[in-house]
Write a new protein. Structure first.
Length: 391
């Protein structure tokens, strides 16, 4: 319906233009404007206001969250689709989108947040709980649903542009693996490659982190969550009590609750590890002095120069580039966890001990991940048995 003009006295007019319906309440929205001037000028002002509405400049922003809009969108836009399609849309909206970015105001959603959302979806993995990770096809479908919903929000004049249009669907293979999930047929570095890596890392500020990771196999979030108080210098142990994580809604944050009971663990470390950490602690004390009261002390072993927790993606983005720059295979940071396990297997360490160090909920998981490294070890075991029986 076109806008209307009402006379409020000499050269005073009220202009009323409809601006669509509220996406959640469904109520009709009207924009009211008082204008002073001739009737001809008032008509021009009405036409100008109608054009602004058409361009989305008066779209309802308020505090409508993504979750609120999508819940309504499922009822109004998805209801006419085939039942199987409806079920899949509802599953993606209710189990993927709303839990991760549902509280973000719709008008404030940015492409960068959508990119982070896709990473979280990849880390979330399959919804059925099975192993194997999320398929590229499934991620594409998530993008399709989100893009379609945001297009509807543009049509409903809530937002002017679809932020998902500016986002390319990421290749799952380009992402580092989740802190809490593992992969089968894990790729690892050889002991010689580890030596090369650590020697080159001495020129970077990541050396203490890489040195510790190779010798503990901690998950990335566990490594970033370590505190100085978690080290028992006399008993030479490190306890895992918290993790650093990132979500689009909460940003970088410290989680006290670990994934499983087995994740909360204490592991032994060598004198060499403690020596590297002691030197790192001295360097950190210098940074504290430099920043003074601006230093945010969370007691973290690995943190930003000002004491804030590190973004988990920082090391994940840097590490493959670093390996490539020194002539080593381009692997993700999680490969160091697998490398730690493979080196222990080569050293003949029992699978149960390895499972405990890695914080797996069962030795079955450890075996599933590293069974491809064991055929050669089984042959070695047979040879040792024969030598023993020949005595």
């Amino acid at each position: 319906m076109p806008g209307r003009i009402f006379s409020l006295g000499k050269n005073k007019w009220q202009i009323v233009v409809e601006a669509g319906r509220h996406p959640v309440t469904g109520k009709l929205r009207r924009i009211h404007r008082i204008f002073y001037g001739s009737k001809r000028e008032a008509k021009k002002e009405k036409a100008h206001l109608e054009m602004e509405v058409a361009q989305g400049k008066h779209a309802s922003r308020g505090k409508i969250t993504i979750g609120e809009y999508l819940s309504q969108w499922l009822k109004t836009h998805v209801a006419q689709l085939a039942p199987t399609t409806q079920r899949r849309y509802k599953e993606i909206v209710n189990k993927r989108i709303i839990p991760l970015i549902g509280t973000i105001p719709l008008s404030e959603l940015r492409p960068s947040q959508i990119k982070n959302f896709y990473r979280e979806v990849i880390k979330q993995g399959r919804l059925d709980g099975r192993r194997g990770g999320l398929s590229q096809e499934s991620l594409t479908y998530v993008h399709r649903v989100l893009h379609k919903a945001l297009n509807s929000a543009v049509e409903d004049e809530i937002i002017q542009h679809n932020p998902a249009s500016a986002v390319t669907i990421p290749k799952i293979s380009a992402y580092d693996i989740d802190d809490d999930d593992e992969e089968t047929n894990a790729r690892v570095l050889t002991s010689q490659q580890v030596e090369t890596m650590l020697e080159a890392a001495k020129k970077t500020h990541y050396y203490p982190m890489l040195f510790l990771e190779v010798r503990t196999g901690l998950r990335r979030g566990e490594l970033l969550g370590l505190r100085w108080q978690d080290i028992d210098w006399e008993r030479r142990t490190i306890s895992v009590r918290q993790t650093v994580s990132y979500t689009p809604e909460m940003g970088i944050h410290i989680k006290k609750k670990l994934k499983t009971k087995k994740s909360r663990r204490t592991i032994d470390v060598s004198k060499e590890v403690l020596a590297v950490l002691k030197q790192h602690q001295k360097e950190q004390e210098k940074l504290k002095m430099r920043h003074g009261q601006k230093y945010q002390d969370h007691d973290l072993i690995f943190c930003q120069p000002n004491g804030k927790p590190l973004h988990p993606d920082t090391i994940s983005s840097w590490f493959p580039e670093f390996l490539e720059s020194i002539g080593l295979p381009r692997l993700n940071f999680h490969c160091l966890r697998h490398t730690h396990a493979s080196l222990l297997l080569q050293a003949g360490v029992d699978i149960k001990v390895i499972s405990e160090r890695l914080g797996h909920s069962s030795t079955r998981i450890t075996y599933d991940i590293y069974s491809h490294l064991m055929p050669g070890m089984q042959k070695e075991a047979v040879d040792k048995l024969e030598n023993l029986l020949k005595r």
